[in-house]
Design a protein. Sequence first.
Length: 111
Amino acid sequence: MEVITKELRRCDLVVVKGRIDTATVKTLSDTLAEIKNAGRYKIVINMKDVTYISSAGLSELIDTQNSCRHLKRGELILAEVPPRIREVFNLAGLTPLFTMYDTESEAVGSF
């Protein structure tokens, strides 16, 4: 898995490529923790090139969303979620927890 971050004016953009599973979730977790520890809680994750997400990956996204929303500091928004990954969110009942946008620019512009 590859994780690329970019600090924008309104939010932080995280582009994830590959599989998010037990073996790789630590990389994503460390990246998101670094952003939150810097006091930035408005995060967009572009999932265009994510091919698989396990329960460990879903758990990390839920934990990050809860941290971001705590005391109304911000939000974790998902962009360009592939249909197969979106189906995983639907089956797990997590779709209401996350705002999802079809394009990265819409997601960034929502802040």
